[in-house]
Write a protein that binds this ligand. Structure first.
Ligand SMILES: O=C(O)CCC(=O)C(=O)O
Length: 285
């Protein structure tokens, strides 16, 4: 029997993963069901290929537009990835990707990013290697396949994948917009949730009469932010008392070298690689 068929059968057996919210990804530390295999090396390029078909997770929701005055323009895909494949993808990404807790200095203070991050990709300028502060990383095969599917479904193209892992409700991302000039005007960003549900909050940058918005993002949901959304609105994932592990995957297009340097600086940084083993992040020597 081929590895592919075995993996398919294994997926078929995993009925528990169909429960909603499926995210048994919300397990606590030490839970034996958490991934306990994967690379044990600090080499971030060491990533095993998935043993399950990524496309088994692809859902069929065509996406629904959410337009709010003024300036908010979203396309929301419910269950863009379906169970049980999305659970397999969550486990795979958690176990295989190299994770970083990036620190940065702001006004004399060192701030630790309140979530785990990693990033893949490069701008398409063809700039010489010397232009880059860090060597860019090729998008892993599994994420490349996912990117292709997201591109087909959203009609946009991307050259970067940023991943966030929110280990629990204490992890978060504060109010911000992805409106850096290196993304060009009116950037389109697709943002996919795997694992535990979290609130996705949005508020207008300047118009106080615009009602703040909040949606729950469940595992498999994808929200595409487009048009004037980034230039006019802020978004955040607030801290929550109770939340399990959640992976967020964003698909973006950096237009120049500055974008590539920025993404590696703030999603890889200079700290050690961590790997998720037996329910916790372990620093790789
Ligand atoms: O986790 C999310 O859904 C949002 C992530 C985000 O806003 C970002 O990476 O810029």
């Amino acid at each position: 029997m081929s590895t592919f068929t075995q993996a398919k059968l294994q997926l078929g057996k995993r009925k528990r993963d169909d429960e909603t919210p499926d995210e048994r990804a919300t397990k606590t530390r030490g839970d034996k069901a958490l991934p306990d295999s994967g690379p044990t090396t600090a080499n971030p390029l060491c990533i095993n290929a998935p043993t399950f078909p990524i496309d088994s997770a692809f859902g069929s929701d065509p996406g629904g537009a959410i337009l709010k005055e003024p300036d908010l323009d979203l396309l929301f895909f419910k269950q863009f990835l379906k169970a049980p494949g999305r659970k397999a993808l969550f486990d795979y990404m958690l176990a295989e990707l190299p994770w970083y807790r990036v620190s940065k200095k702001t006004r004399g203070m060192t701030i630790r990013t309140p979530r785990w991050t990693c990033v893949w990709g490069c701008d398409d300028t063809g700039a010489p290697p010397a232009a880059y502060k860090k060597k860019s990383r090729p998008i892993p095969v599994a994420l490349q396949e996912l990117k292709q599917h997201v591109e087909e479904r959203t009609g946009a193209t991307y050259n970067f994948i940023l991943c966030n892992y929110y280990e629990n409700g204490k992890d978060s991302i504060s109010w911000h917009s992805d409106d850096e000039s290196f993304l060009g005007p009116l950037p389109t960003i697709a943002s996919l949730t795997l694992g535990s549900s979290r609130d996705f909050a949005m508020k207008h940058k300047t118009d106080k009469s615009a009602k703040p918005e909040k949606w729950t993002l469940d595992s498999g949901d994808m929200v595409m932010m487009r048009g004037t959304t980034q230039s006019k609105w802020l978004h955040s994932i607030p801290k929550r008392a109770n939340a399990g592990g959640r992976i967020n995957i964003t698909f973006r297009k950096a237009m120049n070298v500055a974008g590539t340097n920025n993404y590696y600086r703030y999603n890889v940084g200079d700290g050690p690689v961590h790997r998720w083993r037996n329910g916790e992040m372990i620093e790789m020597p």
